[in-house]
Design a protein around this ligand. Structure first.
Ligand SMILES: NC(=O)c1ccc[n+]([C@@H]2O[C@H](COP(=O)([O-])OP(=O)(O)OC[C@H]3O[C@@H](n4cnc5c(N)ncnc54)[C@H](O)[C@@H]3O)[C@@H](O)[C@H]2O)c1
Length: 450
């Protein structure tokens, strides 16, 4: 069905009601729940991923998203009703599909440059494989201007025209791991910005079927890209302000949490929580997208660069605080709790732990790491043999210092383990009133906890 052949006998709503086929590219923490939002609404969905193991598991109804509500039961139901099939062959996955949604991670390379290579490869193939009139919905976050710039150029390279031979729309995923299906279906409106109006309307109608909060249609794809990246950079900068205020609180010997709580009783104040650093493949990346583009255009995004530097500095802050507390870290036995960038999520990208461990080792400290989300092989592959510590409690007496990087639930209420130790709690999971038997250090509260 060529959705773009309008005027069409049917209205856009009727077209969508006929449940055209959907392909989703990238079957990760965001892609799989999105597939299941559509299968649950009666659409036939094909998935495509480069991971053979993942595709095989999904086709058997198995996922690793254990903490993602509704995913496991919906996947089994979709497979039973033959509404979902995953592929490692892109041509087969997009065959006969009217909507193709792309939700693979876009990250920065080791030099901090935005890496669009795998996305470009996908678009080069889609240019050849998609049916006439298919609509591509770009959902992974991109620097502003990429959808209606280089990506459209790839699709138009052989004479095809956007809005006629294919549709192209940017519609960012705005979700939080651990409640993805609820976020899409009930929590936020979907944002849609089309390269052409006709594609934008069809995507609006599609998402109106599954988003209770409706769809916000933006002027164009670049605006939609800017909404998502600007919001991410805004959040990173706000966390940087909170971290700066925590460091100042140490100078004034006041309690940052008490101050934030009191300040935020005013409606104009939304001071965020400080912490040991910002990780994941969203918040630390989006300001980099903007910084890189500003530099390319002979401008700058100095506020966001300063914010990035501030947030990255918090690992150094932790090390400096520990050095002042114990004089030297050489030979100290340190247990790090948490590799994930936030609690309850198996995601290590840009985690503060990735920088903390090498920096502590360069100080001569002896490091072990425990994270209930990661197994021994995964930890040792990242940090070298015998870095993994299997449990938080088992060998706790072997350590002088504990550093809490991740607010995993397992690390809450663990005060009884820490007797006689120094504990740097980078996420405020421990309560000062229960820390009488150990030395508790938290950012911005160094001189107020006895
Ligand atoms: N994770 C979040 O909290 C979140 C929130 C909002 C938006 N997003 C956006 O969603 C994107 C994806 O996030 P995620 O958490 O699902 O990532 P993820 O790492 O959990 O999953 C990505 C999946 O894409 C697959 N993949 C990678 N390259 C591919 C390629 N070239 N072709 C096909 N498949 C490929 C991987 O094998 C993996 O299964 C993010 O980069 C971001 O733009 C994420």
């Amino acid at each position: 069905m060529n959705l773009l052949e309008i005027p069409y006998k049917k209205s856009e709503t009727e077209i969508i009601n006929s449940r055209p086929k959907i392909t989703i590219i990238g079957l990760g923490k965001m892609g799989i729940p999105l597939c299941l939002v559509f299968t649950n609404a009666g659409y036939g969905v094909r998935g495509y991923d480069i991971s053979q193991n993942l595709v095989e598991a999904l086709n058997k109804g198995e996922t690793t998203l254990k903490n993602e509500p509704l995913v496991n039961e919906r996947l089994r139901a979709a497979i039973l009703k033959k509404k979902f099939k995953a592929f490692t062959d892109l041509k087969k996955a997009v065959y006969g599909s009217s909507f193709i949604i792309i939700i693979i991670p876009i990250i920065t390379d080791i030099n901090g440059q935005t890496d669009l290579s795998s996305l470009n490869e996908i678009y080069l193939k889609l240019e050849q494989y998609i049916d006439p009139g298919a609509i591509i919905i770009q959902e992974s976050t991109l620097p502003p201007g990429i959808t209606s710039g280089p990506l459209r150029d790839i699709l138009q390279a052989n004479g095809k025209k956007s809005g006629v031979d294919f549709g192209l729309v940017f519609a960012p995923e705005r979700t939080f791991s651990g409640r993805v299906i609820e976020d899409i279906e009930a929590r936020y409106p979907k944002l849609v910005g089309g390269d052409t109006k006709n594609a934008s309307v069809l995507v609006q109608k599609l998402y109106e079927q599954v988003c209770e909060k409706g769809v916000v249609v933006l002027s164009n794809a670049t605006t939609a890209e800017a909404v998502k990246t600007f919001k991410g950079a805004y959040r990173d900068a706000n966390i940087a302000i909170a971290n700066q205020l925590a460091i100042l609180s140490d100078l004034y010997k006041v309690d940052i949490l008490e101050i934030i709580e009191a300040a935020n009783t005013e409606p104009f104040s939304h001071i965020h929580k400080p912490g040991i650093g910002v990780g994941g493949h969203c918040i630390p990346i989006y300001p980099k997208f903007l910084i890189n583009q500003a530099l390319e255009k002979s401008s700058d995004a100095a506020v966001f660069q300063t914010a990035r530097d501030m947030n990255d500095f918090m690992v150094k802050y932790c090390i400096e605080v520990l050095k002042k507390t114990v004089n030297k870290l050489s030979g100290a036995k340190i247990l790090i709790l948490g590799l994930a960038y936030r609690g309850g999520v198996k995601e290590a990208r840009y985690s503060p732990t990735l920088r903390l461990i090498p920096q502590l080792r360069s100080e001569g400290a002896i490091i072990k790491l425990h994270d209930p989300m990661f197994n021994e092989t995964e930890v040792d592959q990242l940090f070298g043999a015998a870095t993994n510590e299997n449990s938080i409690s088992g060998n706790i007496n072997l350590y002088d210092i504990v550093i809490i990087v991740t607010d995993h639930e397992e690390f809450y209420n663990t005060e009884e383990f820490y007797a006689d130790k120094i504990v740097f709690d980078g996420r405020y999971v421990l309560k000062p009133e229960k820390s009488k038997k150990f030395k508790l250090l938290q950012p911005g509260r160094l001189f107020v906890i006895d």
